[in-house]
Write a protein that binds this ligand. Structure first.
Ligand SMILES: C[S@@+](CC[C@H](N)C(=O)[O-])C[C@H]1O[C@@H](n2cnc3c(N)ncnc32)[C@H](O)[C@@H]1O
Length: 240
């Protein structure tokens, strides 16, 4: 018999507590420990804010730190630390949940944890619960149908050289551009050059109470505004 606890990767949606699935709420209230990711020990956890209103026992939350760094060695260290903390709970025979914003299998910290735990302990049962991705919530907030008929859709994380997205802008009908951050100015310049700026919408902090912004006139924003709205934002380009 497997005496290890079960691990749930729970997608908790993009911000609004009401976008949690019933299954997510049931699992969060059934497990002994809930792990939430945060970027630094001093940073507020968005995930925590989303789930706290539906929890019947707030004491079981443990925060795990995943710094926003691209340094492979540093990341490796934090993933291994996080995996050990989760494994310690599972080894006590307790079930645990690791929550992620949006969906757990889309550019999420959970994917690293999932791989790490699989690699170190193949006997652990891991169940993934899908969540409403920021992609879907952003399209709804902007009133942009994602695809109909034979339209093709792309999801692209923006790299430092924004020109790399050009082929996708060519090939696809709807393009979701994630991880915009401080590259927004370069992206807007590129979209303007390609005459796609008026077909682009930025959605920031979708479904987060009082914080959501939907911006359609990107080229008219000042430099400082562009810097500010890039964080936790998705740009949707809809060509048709
Ligand atoms: C690491 S990915 C995580 C995606 C997440 N797993 C999901 O399904 O939404 C982070 C990127 O998703 C987008 N994103 C996440 N939350 C968002 C939100 N509330 N509003 C708009 N975009 C968001 C941004 O492009 C951000 O840079």
């Amino acid at each position: 018999m497997n005496s290890l606890g079960k691990l749930y990767g729970v997608g908790i949606g993009p911000g609004d507590t009401e976008l949690l699935t019933i299954k997510a709420v049931n699992v969060l209230n059934s497990v002994e420990v809930i792990f939430t990711p945060r970027a630094a020990p001093t940073r507020d956890s968005i995930a925590r804010k989303i789930i706290e209103p539906v929890l019947d026992n707030k004491k079981k939350i443990k925060e795990l730190t995943f710094p926003m760094t691209k340094q492979k060695e540093e990341l490796e260290y934090y993933w291994a630390e996080a995996a050990s903390e989760v494994e310690n709970v599972l080894k006590e025979g307790k079930n645990a949940a690791f929550v992620t914003l949006g969906d757990p299998f889309l550019y999420s910290t959970f994917i690293y944890l999932y791989r790490k735990i699989r690699e170190r302990n193949p006997l652990v049962e891991i169940v993934t619960l899908p969540g409403i991705s920021s992609i879907f919530a952003s399209a709804s907030a902007a009133g942009i149908p994602i695809a109909s008929g034979s339209e093709k859709v792309a999801i692209i994380p923006l790299s430092r050289d924004v020109n790399q997205i050009k082929p996708y802008l060519d090939m696809f009908d709807t393009i979701f551009i994630l991880k915009v951050g401080d590259k927004l100015q370069d992206l807007v310049d590129l979209l303007s050059r390609l005459e796609l700026a008026d077909k682009s919408v930025l959605v920031q902090k979708v479904s987060q109470a009082g914080l959501q912004r939907v911006i359609r006139n990107l080229p008219e924003l000042r430099e400082d505004e562009l810097r500010e709205v890039g964080y936790l934002s998705t740009v949707i380009v809809k060509k048709a």
